[in-house]
Design a protein around this ligand. Structure first.
Ligand SMILES: [Zn+2]
Length: 215
């Protein structure tokens, strides 16, 4: 899998420190399962974070403490449970990614034949709405705007918007403002996980579907 779009450094930092909301954190975890580059970046951030915490809480460094600190940099401390499992080599290629298998997913709600959304239940309800979106070959999504930041990770297939083409594993960040209407790219359906703060604002007649879709 070749990945070209990664979470920004601020998102990775928030993820590593546990400050990211549940939905974006799930999107990030799915990307990390597929992206060795970002896994290494998060591991380094966690190691540095652990050392800084030790420095704040410990007595002045003596020679032994310095050795311990260096050892921790070389061997990052164990991560919380949600990040401890080794990346699943089958992620994205054989069903749902590992991080998603632990989640409760609501019923599929169809927009058109081949196009549906399904809520991903949050572990910690907040302002973010998180859902799976499936669209068939060649379909265009509903035109919509964002009320706040939106993070998307592609699980299979690809889609295109004005800024580029996004494929399985890619992570896309968007901000409020500027409605857009992505389209499925290539000759297969596209499945992605989207987490949007405040939900999205569907435009045109399709907005009548919004209460039903719960996006
Ligand atoms: Zn990455």
């Amino acid at each position: 899998m070749s990945i070209h779009h990664h979470p920004s450094e601020s998102v990775l930092t928030a993820y590593a420190s546990g400050a990211l909301a549940d939905g974006p954190s799930l999107a990030c975890a799915i990307h990390l399962d597929a992206c060795a580059q970002c896994r290494a970046a998060v591991a380094a951030m966690e190691a540095v974070g652990g050392v800084l915490l030790d420095e704040l809480s410990d007595a002045p460094l003596d020679a032994q403490a310095l050795d311990l600190m260096l050892a921790r940099i070389e061997r990052p401390p164990p991560s919380p449970v949600r990040r401890r499992a080794a990346p699943d080599p089958r992620a994205f290629t054989n069903g749902l990614p590992r991080a998603l298998k632990e989640r409760r997913i609501g019923p599929r709600r169809f927009v058109l034949p081949g196009m549906w959304v399904a809520q991903v239940r949050s572990n910690a309800p907040d302002r973010w709405r998180t859902y799976l979106l499936h669209a068939g070959q060649g379909q265009r999504l509903l035109e919509h705007d964002h009320r706040g930041p939106e993070m998307t990770v592609i699980l299979s297939g690809a889609f295109r918007d004005a800024l580029g083409v996004y494929r399985a594993g890619d992570f896309v960040e968007a901000n409020a403002g500027g409605s857009h209407r992505p389209a499925v790219e290539g000759d297969e359906a596209c499945l992605c996980l989207i987490s949007a703060e405040g939900g999205v604002k569907v435009e045109g007649l399709a907005r009548l579907l919004q209460p039903y879709l719960q996006v």
